[in-house]
Design a protein around this ligand. Structure first.
Ligand SMILES: [Zn+2]
Length: 243
């Protein structure tokens, strides 16, 4: 490797992708499988992504829960996606170290441009994102304080808009950008609030398949191409927008 390309690697932005914190959401692992296979493939877009980003990927945040057949919890009976505020190195080691990685990247000035945690949704159909917007949260709460002067980085909206255009399984109308009190200790909200990652998302894929487009009536394992390609295209588009 020459010095030029080594320097280039050192300057590439990071993206952090995680999945399967909830053991019962096995479709999240299918989406992760598709994402990994695409990113290491010979597809020209995948090559461009590898040349322009560093991906830090944790495919399974709750392996003990998965191995033991739990539905939502760890072996301690905890929902690990409610432990991100102050994870313990011994009691919630995967969350502790995942958060440690994100803190480390922030501390060296390499905060990721995208954080995305893959989940499965038991009720809604298709694929959609949850993000974080303080402005939208105040609007929804019918806040009496004027929010027009409140400045906010609106780049969190770009990703779902691109997915809505490119991914037949994606549905914008199911997306939400509210920062609910009940979600304060989730990966999405903690990474947004503590690390300042404006594009911090939970990506939900339905347990129940799709009710729109070419994947209508199909289960998610049939539609994975669309899902992971969509994400990859998204990253690609971000790259060319310089977002
Ligand atoms: Zn989940």
């Amino acid at each position: 490797m020459d010095h030029g390309s080594r320097w280039k690697i050192g300057s590439r932005p990071y993206q952090v992708i995680t999945a399967r914190v909830h053991p019962g959401e096995s479709n999240a692992s299918w989406v992760m499988k598709g994402t990994l296979e695409f990113l290491v493939s010979g597809d020209p877009v995948a090559r461009l992504l590898r040349e322009n980003f560093i991906f830090k990927i944790i495919p399974m945040l709750n392996p003990d829960g998965v191995i033991n057949g739990n539905h939502r919890c760890s072996l301690r009976g905890e929902d690990l996606n409610r432990q991100w505020l102050s994870p313990n190195a011994h009691l919630q080691p995967t969350i502790y170290h995942a958060k440690g990685l994100l803190y480390y990247l922030s501390s060296i000035g390499r905060r990721p441009v995208v954080f995305c945690d893959f989940h499965g949704h038991s009720q809604k159909k298709n694929v959609f994102l949850y993000g974080c917007s303080i402005k939208e949260t105040l609007w929804q709460a019918d806040c009496k304080v004027g929010t027009s002067a409140l400045l906010e980085d609106v780049s969190y909206r770009t990703l779902p808009k691109i997915l809505d255009k490119l991914a037949p399984a994606f549905t914008m109308s199911s997306c939400s950008f509210l920062v609910e009190k009940s979600r304060a200790s989730t990966a999405r909200v903690v990474v947004w609030r503590e690390m300042g990652v404006s594009r911090s998302y939970t990506m939900e894929s339905s347990y129940c398949g799709c009710n729109q487009g070419p994947y209508k009536l199909y289960q998610l394992h049939k539609q994975l191409d669309g899902c992971y390609h969509a994400l990859s295209w998204l990253f690609f588009t971000f790259l060319h927008r310089g977002a």
